[in-house]
Design a protein around this ligand. Sequence first.
Ligand SMILES: Cc1ncc(COP(=O)(O)O)c(C=O)c1O
Length: 425
Amino acid sequence: MSDAERSMAVLPGGSNGEFNLPPEQTMVIQRGEGCTLWDTNGLRYLDFSMGWGSALVGHARPEVTEAVLRQAPLGANFSYVNENMLALAEELVRLSPALERVRFCASGTEATMYCQRLARAATGRTTILKFEGAYHGANEIGVTSLFPDALHDFPQPEPSSAGIEAMVSEHVLIAPFNDLETTRGILQAHAGEVAAVIIEPLHRCVPARDGFLAGVQAAAREAGALLIFDEVVTGFRLAYGGAQEYYGVVPDLVAYGKALGGGYPIGAFGGRADVMDLVTESRMNEERYVWTASTLGGNPISTAAALAALEVFRQEGTYTYLHELGHYFRNELRCALDDHGVTAQVIGDGPLAQVIFAPHDIIDYRTAHAADRARGRRLMLALFARGIFLNPMGTKLYLSLAHTEETCDEFRTCFEQALKDIERE
Ligand SMILES: Cc1ncc(COP(=O)(O)O)c(C=O)c1O
């Protein structure tokens, strides 16, 4: 039995979530270094997924590996405050304008879930407003209206996954990203009900229009709702201080994950002290007490990796490099599409890019949904066949500190071949 067959036999779809490759393309990764992966058949791939963005420092970045190796003999988990966790908490409070207090968990899914729960407890309300197509992790609200095919009138939600309690949908309002008027209207119509607005400041790969984030914040405030920034993707990627610093909007609560851990499992959530302190265990019998707990949250291995990753991010020139590289990459993709006479949009910000086959601007879920998504998937699979490792759901292409202009050029060569491959199909 091949490794791919073994994988198909015990893992649903031969995958561990979000997407599975066609059986003939299913592979098993053996190792990674920088932005290169090797599968168990010895095939080499250039990685444009980078652990869905978690390995922004690059795979097996020596500083991160050394920090982990220093900690490993000293214990892997105590489920209690440890030296590394404390140092990391102090650094997060220093770097994030929104954070007065922080707690750790093991994933972005948990971090956004706790932010939602805290907002509900703090406001005494139950409804959360999210933007159509946004992903906030695999928690129930995170996947609501994630990829609806039925485009309901706003603010009606759609579960996007079986097994979600019907009551969840009853307490979720859906708004269109980049449409401040409609968002404000929904908040006004539900005044007194909305606990929080949760937003990916870079909506999947779609940048916010000028003033949109600040406008959402003002509208949330008017409605007495808290603003939650899901910085699981944007954190440490757009700027050291994340989207808060990059876009200049300071939310009430923030969720972190991915790049923070340097590739190791981590999540963190924090914000205003008065809200965060609702989790204090001595308040357990109070009406607004909020339960949080994570066996592996803040473990000394992940936090050692995170401290090392943050040190890398603080090096001079990190964000100039990531932004210039992202700009170069998107530009190369646009030129390649033009050279081949293909109509498509290249979107993104910072070290992120996405190609969408549509003649119109992509400003939200519906403009992306109206694109030729089947062609998008064919392109992703053709790239995969040419040695580019990526998420064939066609969401984002992630660059990292290990990528260079040469890696982007190599991508462009494969991209042009893949464009021809799908034309021939
Ligand atoms: C914006 C955003 N929030 C939350 C999550 C969930 O993070 P995790 O997969 O670590 O649970 C993701 C994961 O892709 C994400 O993109």
